[in-house]
Each structure stands twice: as structure tokens, then as C-alpha cells.
Design a protein. Structure first.
Length: 386
């Protein structure tokens, strides 16, 4: 046998071996009705061994089971000379495709009905472009998918807000993990506060998309602010409360910005007003005094109601002359009020102050001095009325 014949034989065997071991189903017809050969995969499909396939009559069911060439063979069997059939079983692929479609519909139903604002961002060459919003997002924010699709944060939110959003998206991109944060955004539906979570969608080690989920916490934040405000303020007068005043005393006690003045004001005759005019009038009496104090101090000053009829003020960077001016302003407002209301014998505020001029003196000591001077002023006011 010649070398070429040997090479051809080897090549034929190699090709047969390759075809026989392919997962794809392959068969060869020697005429339109009879199998010539089939590879292992096709033979298994027929329920035969590969060597038993030759000369077997081709039945329609052999082909129709996989929906391959059925109509073509029926129409053209008598005119065909040779037929090679290659069959690939795509049942699993079709089944997976149907499952994916069903899963996609289920996710779509969930996304459309969940009460979170969901948004999807495409990540392309480090650029962020919005892809879609769910129904709740559109309703809650006033933004629409058709308006944002394919656009960047800067294109949607402008040069001021857009870059800040991109910083957050980039942090998620760089970390390749979920991040959460609070944000306040002014949107077509109004200004709202959101708790947002970003989750990266990673494929082959790269972030392809970012899924954002935002929960509207506007009302919660409003309640938090109210609770915080009430924890630091007197509800009746809206001045700071004793707790805040004492914290500020402790904080400013170590301050080197001197002098610092403490002013104590006590509302005279509150018991008399409560006993003779009722507690509602007594509350009005306290509120009136608080308003006079508010209108007499500066923006840097701290005014608090520390007791039923007692007020305390911290006056940063204030010497005796400036403290005296504030006392005088309060007394002037008291005088004006009494003239208008004709309550000379009832409404009265006793005031005392002291000043911390060096670090060696504590604010607590200054407070005691101011309190002592206030009581001296109160005694003086009582003696005048007698």
C-alpha cells in the first residue's frame, strides 16, 4: 500500500473517530430510505449500537422525534441521492430558555409591585447610564424610564447633584460590593430623603450593571429631627433645655475663647399668677419671658429654660459690659410689655450674671456667682414693691 493510501486511511479513521465521539447527532443515508452510518450519539438516539445502524430502514419517527427535516424528507425522498443529517438536541436549551422567560416575568412582576424605588444602571467603560426604573420609582419620584434611559446622572440631575451621585456609583464600582447611604434629592415629585443601597452585578470579574434600591425615609427623618429637637429643647418655650445647657457648659468650660459670661434670669411671681389666674395664664407668663430673652440675645448665645421659672444663658466671648447690655435689653422689653399690658405689679424678671475671665475659674463657679447675684436682685425687687 502506498504512503498516500496509508495517509488517507489514517485520515479517514481519525475523521470517523472525531465524528463518532461528537455529542452532536450525525447520520448518513446511502439512499433516501436507508441509513449508511450513524455516530455514537445518533445510534443511542435510535436505541442501537453504531455498527447495527447500517442498512436499517429510516422510519419517520426517527426524525420527527427531534423535528429534523421531517417535511423535507417526506416531500423529496424519491429525488434525493445522498443525505447527511446532523442533529443537535436543544431540548435542554429550550427548556432553560422557557425557564428564563418565566423567571424574567416573575421578576418583572416583583419589580413592578415592590414599594421600593428600583433603578438599573449600565456601566460602560467607567461611565454610568441609567437603563430603567420600576413603576414605584416612576410614581414616587416623577421620573420616567423613557426620560432617563441612556442618560448619565449629570444629564438627569445637573452639574451640582450629578457628580455627587456618580461618586457614590463609583464607590460601588471600585469596591465591587454593596454600599448604603442616605441622600436628599429634589425630584419632579418634590424633595425627599432616601435610604439607598447599590448592588453591583459582576460578570467575569467586571461590574456590568448596578442595581439601586431606594427607600423613602422622609417621614422617618422628620420624626427623628423632631425627637432630637425635643430632646434638646423645652417644649413650651422652644428654648434649649437643661440637658443641652449643661452639655454646653461642660464643652465651653475648656474653651480658651474668653471671656465667657453666664446670665441667670428668674421669673418673679409665677406662683401668684398660677394661684390667681390659672396655670394657662402662668404658662403664657413663662412664654412671654422666654420671648423677651430670645429677642435680647445674639446668634452665638445659648438660652435655656432650666427650671419651672428659671432661665440660664451662656454668652460666649462676652465681657461684663456686653453682659450688662443684654441684661438691660431684657429689662427694657419687660418695661415695654408692662406699659402695654398694665401689669406693673405682676410681671417681673430678676437677673444676675458673672464672667469667666481666666481658665483657672470653672464655669460652674461662674454659674453659682450669677445665681447668687440673681437672688440678690430678686430680693431687691421684692423690697421695692413693699
Amino acid at each position: 500500500m502506498s504512503k498516500r493510501a496509508v495517509d488517507n486511511l489514517i485520515e479517514k479513521k481519525v475523521n470517523e473517530n472525531i465524528v463518532n465521539n461528537l455529542e452532536q447527532k450525525i447520520c448518513y443515508y446511502k439512499d433516501p430510505y436507508t441509513y449508511k452510518m450513524a455516530n455514537l450519539s445518533y445510534a443511542k438516539f435510535l436505541g442501537k449500537d453504531p455498527g447495527d445502524v447500517e442498512n436499517i430502514f429510516c422510519q419517520a419517527k426517527d426524525i420527527t422525534n427531534h423535528n429534523i427535516l421531517e417535511n423535507e424528507l417526506r416531500r423529496n425522498r424519491d429525488s434525493l441521492k445522498r443525505i447527511i443529517v446532523s442533529v443537535r438536541d436543544i431540548s435542554e436549551r429550550k427548556e432553560n430558555s422557557l425557564k428564563l422567560k418565566k423567571l424574567s416575568r416573575e421578576y418583572e412582576t416583583i419589580l413592578s409591585n415592590v414599594e421600593n424605588a428600583i433603578f438599573l444602571i449600565n456601566v460602560e467603560s467607567g461611565k454610568f447610564r441609567y437603563q430603567r426604573l420600576n413603576s414605584f420609582h416612576e410614581k414616587a419620584t416623577g421620573l420616567k424610564t423613557k426620560e432617563v434611559a441612556g442618560k448619565t446622572p449629570i444629564e438627569i440631575f445637573g452639574e451640582k447633584v450629578g457628580p455627587e451621585l456618580e461618586k457614590k456609583y463609583r464607590r460601588c464600582l471600585d469596591k465591587k460590593s454593596s454600599i448604603s447611604y442616605e441622600e436628599e434629592l429634589t425630584l419632579p415629585a418634590g424633595k425627599r430623603v432616601w435610604l439607598t443601597k447599590l448592588t453591583p452585578v459582576i460578570n467575569k470579574g467586571e461590574v456590568e450593571k448596578i442595581v439601586g434600591s431606594s427607600l423613602d425615609i422622609t417621614e422617618n427623618k422628620k420624626k427623628e429631627r423632631e425627637i432630637k429637637y425635643l430632646s434638646l429643647h423645652d417644649e413650651m418655650t422652644e428654648l434649649y433645655n437643661r440637658r443641652y445647657f449643661e452639655n454646653e457648659m461642660e464643652r465651653l468650660d475648656s474653651s480658651r475663647k474668653l471671656p465667657v459670661a453666664i446670665l441667670i434670669a428668674d421669673l418673679d411671681n409665677l406662683k401668684y399668677v398660677n394661684d390667681n389666674f390659672g396655670h394657662q395664664q402662668g404658662d403664657n407668663y413663662i412664654i412671654t419671658a422666654a420671648q423677651m430673652i430670645k429677642e435680647s440675645i445674639r446668634g452665638i448665645d445659648i438660652a435655656a429654660r432650666i427650671g419651672g421659672d428659671e432661665f440660664a444663658l451662656i454668652l460666649p466671648e462676652t465681657d461684663s459690659d456686653e453682659a450688662e447690655k443684654i441684661c438691660n435689653r431684657i429689662k427694657e422689653k419687660e418695661s415695654d410689655y408692662l406699659k402695654q399690658k398694665n401689669l406693673i405689679e405682676i410681671f417681673s424678671i430678676s437677673i444676675g450674671y458673672a464672667v469667666k475671665k481666666s481658665e483657672e475659674i470653672s464655669l460652674e463657679e461662674v454659674f453659682r456667682k450669677a445665681d447668687k447675684r440673681m437672688y440678690a436682685n430678686k430680693a431687691k425687687n421684692k423690697s421695692k414693691k413693699k
